[in-house]
Design a binder for this molecule. Structure first.
Ligand code: GTP
Length: 355
């Protein structure tokens, strides 16, 4: 079985974290996000994965390579200019050898049961099946209306308040029969949501919606990104990729991390590979410290994410903040993120700063 993952977007809502690192490989609890999707697909027998790339495609390639280390084959479909979700799928479909495929948006953290989706698709004799999840506020998503037989009736992309008739939204996981790819125009920017789906309805092509109750989160904003890390720490996402992480109590610990015995890790947290945590430091409240970081003595990290290669100086305190890669937070600094603060890659915060 083959799958396509859409990973060519700009990830603008997650800036500045996505300025140098594409959203699909931004780490969630110290694993590139796509690893969660690759493991999900693998779990359901998809072992050939086509990544529809564009923006920062080389960075994705560098991190994931051929896929061999994940036990799958990764094929890169490269767009020279963004083709939109539909155009990207069309280009990637060249690698499907006439087969149907699962398609995933590369920014949803989910443990959706793809067997159930596929069986539903076959039972209904659908040509396209879209998965739906319930959300509290559907205004920021593609809202999908269905009839009593789960056939899609209407597709309203990012609805206004007066257009909300359901709380079921597009979960970004689909199954397409191969003939559907012939309906997408080649080589042009084309949207699945605004182009293909309305056309399926118009032409009365069997288009069904599978209602999922599985874990689902769009990681596209800093707040959701923080939430995704928290949910993984809490074991809410049922994907085996997570099982190989070493755990001590409720703390995930990367290989060769050096953690002083005098470190206080009060509740769920993660420390990345080769990270050094010095005596008297506190890392707690669902904090995640990336790979190759240094957390100096007495530093306190509360409800925060520190990305790879960053340095947190002695007696600094970081609360509700996401600190990008390669940052230097010098000693005695206090960063209080309020609801949430994001500090971009490479920032230098001088000693005694209060932010
Ligand atoms: P924002 O800019 O923050 O909205 O994020 P985004 O760029 O990821 O856009 P959006 O969330 O709408 O995209 C949904 C999924 O489609 C993401 O996984 C994107 O990577 C992907 N995507 C969006 N546009 C393109 C495109 O032109 N080409 C490819 N290959 N993927 C795309």
């Amino acid at each position: 079985m083959k799958g396509i993952i859409l990973v060519g977007g700009f990830g603008t809502r997650l800036r500045p974290l996505t300025t140098n690192t594409p959203k699909p490989v931004i780490p969630i609890v110290n694993k590139p996000f796509l690893v969660y999707q690759i493991e999900l697909l693998k779990m359901y027998g998809v072992n050939e994965i086509i990544l529809a790339t564009g923006h920062l495609s080389n960075t994705i390639k560098k991190i994931l390579g051929t896929g061999e280390s994940f036990g799958v084959k990764i094929i890169y479909s490269l767009e020279n200019q963004p083709l939109g979700t539909g155009g990207a799928v069309k280009l990637a479909s060249r690698h499907l050898d006439g087969q149907g495929a699962f398609i995933l948006n590369g920014d949803v953290l989910t443990d959706i049961n793809l067997d159930k989706l596929y069986n539903f698709h076959k039972e209904k004799k659908a040509k396209v099946t879209i998965s739906l999840v319930p959300v509290a506020d559907p205004t920021k998503f593609g809202l999908v209306e269905t009839n009593e037989n789960n056939q899609v009736r209407a597709f309203v992309e990012k609805p206004g308040q007066n257009e909300i008739t359901t709380n079921m939204i597009n979960a970004g996981a689909y199954y397409f029969e191969n003939e559907i790819f012939d309906m997408i125009p080649p080589g042009v920017n084309y949207s699945l949501e605004r182009g293909l789906y309305p056309m399926l309805l118009e032409k009365k092509i069997p288009f069904y919606a599978y209602n999922s109750n599985d874990y689902w989160l769009d990681i596209g904003t800093p707040k959701k990104y923080l939430e995704a890390n928290k949910d993984v720490l809490e074991d809410k996402v049922n994907i085996p990729a997570l099982l190989d992480m070493k755990k001590s109590g409720s703390v995930f610990i990367g290989d060769n991390a050096q953690i002083s015995k005098k470190v206080r890790m009060l509740s769920m947290a993660a420390i990345g590979e080769k990270t050094i945590v010095q005596p008297g430091a506190t890392i707690t409240d669902h904090s995640v410290v990336g790979n190759h970081c240094i957390i100096e003595e007495g530093a306190q990290i509360l409800g925060s994410i520190i990305l790879d290669n960053s340095f947190i100086g002695k007696n600094s305190k970081i609360v509700n903040t996401i600190i990008g890669q390669n940052c230097k937070v010098m000693p005695y600094t206090f960063i209080e993120g309020g609801l949430l603060k994001v500090i971009g890659d490479g920032a230098y915060i001088p000693e005694y700063s209060i932010i």
